[in-house]
Design a protein. Structure first.
Length: 213
């Protein structure tokens, strides 16, 4: 099963993608996580990506598309995957579509996690991320067992540089301009499914699993 998660930054794509990956035993592929790992390791890609990420801008398609196509060509993606944070532009969606068509494959579901902008800034300022294993928490809604420490790997949790309120406003603007058009793109392909992302995380997941079967 090949799934795409759509939604504004902070809508809960990553939270749901991790749960989907576990339930359906498919890899969770997050371009944001790949960039953050590269930044942490000080790679050239990481240095280039950070320039854009810190400003709340998208990393250019030339850099993003290649890492995604390389990732989904790995053997563990043979039976499907859940994409989180990709595609974010129409050209990215078109490249993915072409690559899949060549393999006689297609996306099964594009799950749109809908959350109004008013809720987003609050969610982002409360988000805490583990840069080691990619786990995500919220200080009020989804707190870790021990404050500031990742439940999964015991590393320290951080407020992402791009989750500061002024950057979040930029990211929302970029989302509406460049990413929201994907909703029409995947509606046109007949695979778009929308869920109400303002509900508690377990209820959002229930709605998603009733769609995926
Ligand atoms: P995205 O991947 O779409 O940017 P995340 O999955 O990282 O979003 O979620 C953003 C923040 O909101 C995180 O702090 C997360 O713990 C929290 N969150 C996710 N889902 C919910 C929910 N259903 N209700 C409340 N908070 C949530
Ligand atoms: P995320 O972890 O999905 O919120 O992504 C964090 C940041 O990484 C984004 O704000 C972008 O700067 C960058 N990024 C992640 N995925 C993409 C993508 N598909 N295209 C362009 N930039 C991306």
């Amino acid at each position: 099963m090949k799934i795409i998660m759509l939604g504004a930054p902070g809508a809960g794509k990553g939270t749901q993608a991790k749960m989907i990956a576990e339930r359906y035993q498919i890899p969770h592929v997050s371009t944001g996580d790949i960039f953050r790992a590269n930044i942490k390791n000080g790679t050239e890609l990481g240095k280039q990506a950070k320039e854009y990420m810190d400003k709340g801008l998208l990393v250019p398609d030339e850099l993003t598309v290649k890492i995604l196509l390389d990732r989904v060509a790995q053997p563990d993606c043979k039976n499907g995957y859940v994409l989180d944070g990709f595609p974010r532009t129409i050209p990215q969606a078109e490249v993915l579509d072409e690559a899949l068509t060549k393999l006689n494959e297609s996306i099964d579901y594009a799950v749109n996690v809908e959350v109004p902008d008013e809720n987003i800034v609050k969610r982002m300022s409360g988000r805490r991320a583990c840069l080691k294993c990619g786990a995500t928490y919220h200080i009020e809604h989804i707190p870790p067992k021990q404050e500031g420490i990742c439940d999964t790997c015991g590393s320290e949790l951080v407020l992402r540089d791009d989750d500061k309120p002024e950057t979040v406003q930029n990211r929302l603007k970029v989302y509406h301009e460049q990413t929201q058009p994907l909703i029409d793109f995947y509606t046109g392909k007949g695979v778009l499914k929308t869920v109400d992302g303002t509900q508690p995380m377990e209820k959002v997941f229930e709605d998603i699993t009733s769609i995926l079967g």
